[in-house]
Design a protein around this ligand. Structure first.
Ligand code: ZN
Length: 136
């Protein structure tokens, strides 16, 4: 559902940057996608292509690259930082499945590897943004 809204935001950002930099055409848009952002990449890519359609002149040759940003967690008690992927390896399949669908539930299963506190924040790996735009 939010794939379309995100795709629209990405394209309007790209168009704004192109206007500011007086680009006649955009050749590449690099998008970063947080690991914990619940998004169906296929729907997102489809939405991007559909939204680009009426913008042919500017975006005709645009290559879209989507990169995933690894999620990093940080303990609020002791300051330890650790990798979300590593935390997931220690969980059983059922637990990681439920986190995949409801990321907030991560606090139930994931503990700080150092002090075992469940009180952590997600410092990286959320959101979608335009990393860079190239054109001429
Ligand atoms: Zn800790």
């Amino acid at each position: 559902m939010h794939e379309w809204a995100l795709a629209e935001a990405v394209i309007s950002t790209a168009i704004k940057v192109a206007e500011e930099e007086k680009l006649k055409e955009i050749t590449e848009i690099k998008i970063k996608l947080g690991e914990l952002q619940q998004i169906e990449i296929e729907i997102f890519e489809f939405a991007l292509k559909e939204i680009i359609q009426p913008q042919k002149q500017l975006l005709r040759k645009a290559k879209i690259e989507i990169e995933t940003e690894k999620a990093i967690l940080k303990c609020r008690v002791c300051g330890q930082e650790w990798n979300y992927g590593d935390a997931m390896k220690n969980l059983c399949e059922e637990e990681s499945e439920s986190i995949h669908f409801v990321p907030d539930i991560a606090h139930v299963y994931i503990r700080c590897p150092k002090c075992k506190s469940p009180d952590f924040e997600i410092v990286k790996g959320r959101g979608v943004w335009v990393e860079s735009i190239e054109g001429n």
